[in-house]
Design a protein around this ligand. Structure first.
Ligand SMILES: Nc1ncnc2c1ncn2[C@@H]1O[C@H](COP(=O)(O)OP(=O)(O)OP(=O)(O)O)[C@@H](O)[C@H]1O
Length: 249
């Protein structure tokens, strides 16, 4: 029998003016699994993730975290269980790397020694411990992404929401950081445009198109030749677990 879902999304819609960004979205996430959120540009992936990390509110529908309606969970309690790596740029002005990671631990209310230990360990995980006291504004794009990964790794949430986690990362860190997150054994929902990474890491994918979930399951089943043509407008197919694309259609 399946355990209680960590997240249950039922009939969620999101309107902005005349535009329907999410249209009756429903799915559940089971604990400990790695889920990919796939879909073409403008499909609604970031809009959905924003609602899940409470940067936006659904126009209708229900979202439950371990059976509790999201709107009834105190913000701090929610933030200590659900960690997000997001696309929006954040000002790091005047902060050291260590301070940025510490900030991410605020919802946890830990004692200062524990905050320090966790923050330094997380910086080490992402290969930035030697720069702990540097000014965070001086980081490259990929280094900043690693810093935000450190923040979320230090938090150690039950549910990781990752919007294009591979953004700006070189090959080493794409694999290293996704391996690290997966090893935590938490639940992960991550959006991907890189199908190689999605195929390697995701137990299951959710395919979004025009604000609707049009498929859920193992990636090679969801991204059939027909769906790849309809949704991504490419002539392609999964062969031996790898996506082969002949070109755009
Ligand atoms: N505040 C808003 N008002 C109106 N439309 C919006 C708003 N925010 C986003 N959109 C539109 O909603 C659609 C979905 O955007 P979203 O960022 O969720 O897509 P996405 O699947 O994450 O795309 P990408 O792969 O390009 O990052 C887009 O067409 C976008 O222009």
């Amino acid at each position: 029998m399946a355990s209680e879902p960590i997240l249950a999304v039922s009939n969620v819609s999101l309107r902005k003016g005349q535009a329907l960004l999410l249209d009756d979205v429903s799915f559940v996430l089971q604990p400990g699994r790695f889920y990919g959120l796939l879909g073409p540009n403008g499909a609604g992936k970031s809009s959905l993730l924003k609602i899940l990390y409470r940067a936006d509110k659904a126009s209708s529908g229900s979202i439950k975290l371990s059976g509790q309606e999201l709107a009834t969970i105190p913000r701090r309690a929610y933030a200590s269980r659900v960690g997000a790596l997001v696309q929006e740029s954040v000002s790091l002005s005047g902060l050291s790397l260590l301070e940025v990671v510490r900030l991410g631990l605020l919802p946890r209310r830990l004692d200062p020694a524990e905050i320090d230990t966790r923050s330094r360990a997380a910086l080490d995980d992402v290969g930035l411990s030697h720069r702990a006291d540097d000014d965070a504004t001086h980081l490259s794009g990929g280094e900043q992404q690693r810093l935000f990964f450190a923040q979320i790794l230090a938090l150690a949430p039950d549910l990781y929401l990752l919007d294009e986690p591979h953004n700006h990362l070189d090959l080493h860190f794409q694999y290293r950081l996704l391996d690290l997150v997966r090893q935590r054994g938490a639940t992960i929902l991550a959006s991907f445009h890189d199908m190689g990474l999605a195929a390697r890491y995701c137990d299951e994918v959710l395919l979004v198109d025009h604000g609707r979930i049009v498929g859920q399951g193992p990636i090679a089943n969801v991204l059939s030749r027909e769906r790849l043509a309809e949704t991504y407008r490419v002539d392609g197919a999964f062969v031996d677990g790898r996506l082969e694309v002949r070109g755009a259609v």
